[in-house]
Design a protein around this ligand. Structure first.
Ligand SMILES: Cc1ncc(COP(=O)(O)O)c(C=O)c1O
Length: 361
């Protein structure tokens, strides 16, 4: 039996009738951009997140870029973030003409280590992007404390953490503004690209909405520079409405799968836990001494795996700017992390097989 790393077609098969009905509704409406599905999805999303302002956009990277542009209200131009989160914040910051400063991550969680912020944040820093990596909500309160009263916007990148809920609120409600990706593999995934920005701040929300649509203050009147066209597609909004009610159950199912992997794995493997609702269980990531050796062992047994992510941002040619970033934990994880198959529709037999293979390593 082969166990694929992902199999997006399975969810589509399960939801086929609802997705076809949603498609028909959009076709019959004759309204294909910013129609009633888009409006309904955004209000359902705002209710789910318990946030008053949600703006749809084209994808999660656009959401980051637009949030960064909207948060920048003076000449400061530095963004502080982690280097192990796939380069999306770096791509967005560079597109917006911003400087990047990376901070190291915690060795246990792989999330931003707030103790590094005192050193990384300077007078040019206007934003910190906190990535809730793998699905686990970071401690945004600790980030805020480490900023010790500085006027810095805290942006939560919730691309991997949709549905994570901490005792003090949902991922996305913990900082000043949050960004989301609805890329198909995400815990709330579309049948294509999609994204959103959410905030409590009405002025920030207005800037985000304007930047996502040509910088328009009103129709055909471009008042804000840096605008572009980045809208959430009407069909994707309709599909996301089908899937939003399924998110919590899916996250719980995948948390249970991670727990099975963690219990089964041999002592050479540490599966990062996803014990409670503060983890959306987007990725089942493990740490081992030689990840490519384990990947080969899994592949030989027909089990797929992937690396999130193989090259940290400060070592990527596109993001280097001459700054000497010292990130010992981030660097030490290179070659040691591996992601296991994790999707809601994995069968019991497939989960058992992954467990057996991990136990025999
Ligand atoms: C942590 C993180 N941030 C941002 C993004 C960007 O999202 P998108 O692919 O929709 O641009 C992704 C996913 O791809 C992601 O995993």
């Amino acid at each position: 039996m082969q166990v694929p790393f992902n199999a997006l077609g399975r969810a589509v098969a399960d939801q086929r009738d609802d997705l076809l009905r949603a498609t028909t509704e959009v076709l019959d409406s004759g309204w294909f951009v910013h129609g009633s599905q888009h409006a309904a999805f955004l209000s359902e999303l705002a209710a789910y997140l318990e946030l008053p302002h949600v703006v749809g956009c084209g994808n999660g990277t656009d959401a980051l870029e637009i949030a960064l542009r909207a948060a920048r209200t003076d000449s400061r131009s530095t963004v502080v973030t982690v280097a192990n989160a796939g380069g999306y914040t770096s791509t967005a910051a560079r597109a917006a003409g911003l400087r990047l400063r990376y901070v190291d991550v915690d060795a246990d969680t792989h999330l931003l280590d707030p103790s590094g912020l005192g050193h990384a944040v300077d007078d040019d820093t206007f934003a910190v992007v906190v990535t809730h990596l793998y699905g686990r909500a970071a401690d945004v309160g600790a980030v805020r404390s480490a900023l010790s009263g500085r006027d810095v916007t805290v942006i939560e990148d919730c691309a991997q953490s949709f549905g994570a809920r901490t005792p003090v609120g949902a991922a996305g409600s913990l900082g000043d503004v949050a960004t989301f990706s609805f890329y198909p593999t995400k815990t709330l995934g579309a049948i294509g690209d999609g994204g959103a920005v959410a905030t409590r701040d009405p002025a920030l929300a207005t800037r985000v909405a304007q930047l996502a649509q040509y910088g328009w203050g009103s129709k055909y009147e471009a008042t804000l520079s840096g605008g572009r066209n980045s809208r959430l597609d009407e069909l994707q909004a309709a599909y996301l409405r089908v899937r939003l009610p399924l998110v919590d159950a899916g996250n719980a199912t995948r948390r249970a799968i991670i727990a099975r992997y963690a219990d089964a794995a041999s002592s050479r493997v540490r599966v990062l836990p996803a014990d409670d609702a503060s983890h959306a269980a987007h990725l089942a990531v493990l740490v081992t001494d030689d990840a490519s050796d384990l990947a080969s062992h899994l592949a030989a047994e027909g089990v797929g795996s992937a690396v999130h992510y193989p090259v940290p941002d400060h070592r990527q040619a596109a993001f280097r700017d001459g700054t000497d970033h010292v990130l010992p934990v981030t660097d030490a994880l290179v070659g040691r992390i591996l992601s296991l198959p994790l999707f809601t529709e994995l069968t019991g037999a497939e989960i058992t097989k992954v467990c057996d293979v991990l136990a025999r390593y």
